[in-house]
Design a protein around this ligand. Structure first.
Ligand code: OGA
Ligand code: FE
Length: 279
């Protein structure tokens, strides 16, 4: 799309939460931290940013450029709150979707999060709240690290070729009216706004990018997503240069959400996508 066509897209203005630049490396805990330790260090600042409706651009979007696409996908899963079904039915579906979308020689689904604000309050449910800070799930360090951690002996050989980390994000129920997902066009990201941040798990340390505000960043969303629609989010691509290797996303408060809208229910599955040697 050229500049004037992008400017014509319908857009809303919504508050997004960014990291305030800081001297130390930000740290967050993915579990209850020791007493007296904050769950997350660093301050966040809210900016009201235009978020454009990407539906008219669906045919032009690509994982290589914008870093996200919208696909139609009917799932056979009947209950996304059943971990067994997610692993046995949904993971293989996600693998097939990724293979088709990327031409990968191998795809490994390795992690997922179910989000529902109503259920997140129940301790031990494993269900989380929507994530309302702009971020990217993996960094230049943690992307190959995930491959090493998960692929054992095969990691060295796999890392010789191009690989990507791609999430498959979908509503569990549609139309999704509350806390939609905003996606930052990877081409509009600048390196200086990607802040490597520690993410502590009980047994390991991960690294994500927190994102600082830059008016050049372009945000999109897909209004009223249905349960047979899925967004692929390319978090990392080893073949691209600079900040375009990454992307950024966040759940947000949509000013158009009806007062009686049910809380958003969604699932995201993370996958390693190994591309052919010539890719
Ligand atoms: C993700 C993610 C946030 C949300 O899919 O990686 O950060 O609120 N999702 O769904
Ligand atoms: Fe994320």
């Amino acid at each position: 799309m050229d500049g004037s066509a992008v400017a014509d897209l319908k857009s809303i203005v919504a508050p997004l939460n960014f990291l305030v630049p800081m001297a130390e490396k930000p740290v967050a805990y993915n579990y209850e931290p020791p007493p007296g330790t904050p769950v997350r260090t660093g301050q966040s600042i809210t900016h009201r940013v235009p978020i454009r409706d990407a539906r008219p651009m669906i045919g032009q979007l690509s994982l290589d450029k914008e870093g996200f696409v919208l696909l139609h996908h009917q799932t056979a899963v009947t209950n996304f709150y059943d971990e067994e079904q997610i692993k046995s039915v949904y993971y293989p579906e996600c693998v097939r979707v990724m293979q088709r979308a990327t031409g990968a020689v191998r795809v490994v689904a390795f992690d997922h999060i179910v989000r529902n604000a109503a259920k997140a309050a129940i301790k031990g449910s494993g269900v989380k709240m929507p994530a309302k800070r702009v971020h990217n799930d993996y960094t230049a360090w943690s992307s190959p690290k995930r491959v090493r951690d998960l692929m054992g002996d095969q990691a060295d050989a796999l890392l010789k070729n191009r690989f990507a980390i791609v999430n498959l994000w979908r509503p569990i129920r549609g139309p999704l009216l509350e806390s939609p997902l905003a996606l930052c066009d990877a081409q509009s990201l600048e390196e200086e706004n990607l802040i490597a941040s520690d993410l502590k798990y009980p047994d390991r340390i991960g690294e994500t990018y927190s994102v600082t505000y830059n008016p050049n960043q372009r945000y999109y969303y897909f209004p009223k997503m249905q349960a047979d629609e899925a967004v692929l989010i390319r978090c990392f691509d080893s073949a691209l240069d600079g900040p375009h290797r990454f992307s950024a996303h966040t759940g947000f408060d949509d000013p158009e959400t009806p007062a009686d809208a049910p809380p958003r229910e969604s699932i995201e599955v993370r996958t390693l996508v190994f591309l052919p040697p010539d890719a």
